[in-house]
Design a protein around this ligand. Structure first.
Ligand SMILES: Cc1cc2nc3c(=O)[nH]c(=O)nc-3n(C[C@H](O)[C@H](O)[C@H](O)COP(=O)(O)O)c2cc1C
Length: 222
């Protein structure tokens, strides 16, 4: 009888070892080399949760802090910024100049052209309190004369965006992103600047589904 109990004991020990009780064995190593968590390895499973493939080969990292900064003169870009905020959460910041742009369309167009010709940096009315806390910064603007308003150039030059992910979006009436993405990349060579999302200003209110599927594709909202 004692012999049978002894044999049963050794059989049980063998089965526990073979079924993963030993995480330092070949199965644990293979899982770790493949980037998978070995069962019960909390640091590895935490890493797996954090690093998931996003679009365009970018890595998606959950719990990243988002800022949505935008400039808007007549409200279209503001509306798009709010839609992004509704979907992604995060903080929202309006880029405003100390002296407001003329409400008359023609006057505004003239002033914007003059500022662009002069490579002006119109003074900004307020600051982001602590830019260092953000990992992902959406930057929104209307297309003015083929690129961002000069106030947005000023905003981008006013902070340290190194290592952050920048997500441009713009509203326009035909020129889409224009040359703005190239300009942002030039201003922020040490940031990851994603492809921008243009939406026609006159259609921004009815573009909810389009905006939502763009955000879904980015992979780091919801
Ligand atoms: C000064 C100025 C310049 C503009 N230049 C362009 C342009 O070059 N290309 C374009 O497609 N739309 C241009 N637009 C149209 C705006 O980009 C469009 O109406 C935008 O949706 C306005 O956004 P907002 O309501 O947030 O200010 C211009 C508008 C203004 C006022």
């Amino acid at each position: 009888m004692n012999y049978i109990y002894t044999m049963l004991f050794f059989a049980a020990v063998f089965m526990v070892a073979a079924c993963g009780g030993d995480k330092s064995g070949a199965a644990g190593y293979a899982a770790q080399s493949a980037g998978e968590a070995a069962p019960g390895d909390s640091s590895a499973s935490e890493m797996r949760l954090k690093m998931q493939g996003g679009q365009n080969g970018t890595l998606r990292s959950d719990n990243k802090k988002i800022l949505i900064a935008y400039f808007s003169h007549s409200g279209n870009t503001k509306n798009m910024a709010q839609q992004i905020n509704d979907y992604c959460g995060g903080d929202i910041f309006e880029i405003k100049t100390i002296s407001p742009y003329p409400s008359d369309y023609g006057d505004c167009v003239d002033q914007a052209k003059k500022e662009q010709n002069e490579n002006a940096r119109p003074a900004l009315a307020s600051n982001v309190e602590d830019m260092s806390v953000y990992d992902i910064v959406f930057v929104g603007y209307p297309n003015w004369w083929g690129t961002m308003p000069m106030a947005v150039f000023n905003f981008l030059e006013s902070y340290d965006f190194n290592g952050k992910t920048i997500v441009p979006f713009c509203t326009h009436e035909g020129s889409a992103m224009g040359r703005s993405e190239r300009d942002i990349k030039q201003l922020l060579p040490s940031s990851e600047v994603l492809n921008g999302k243009p939406v026609r200003g006159s259609r921004v209110k009815s573009s909810g589904e389009d905006i939502k599927s763009w955000l879904e594709g980015l992979g780091f909202c919801k």
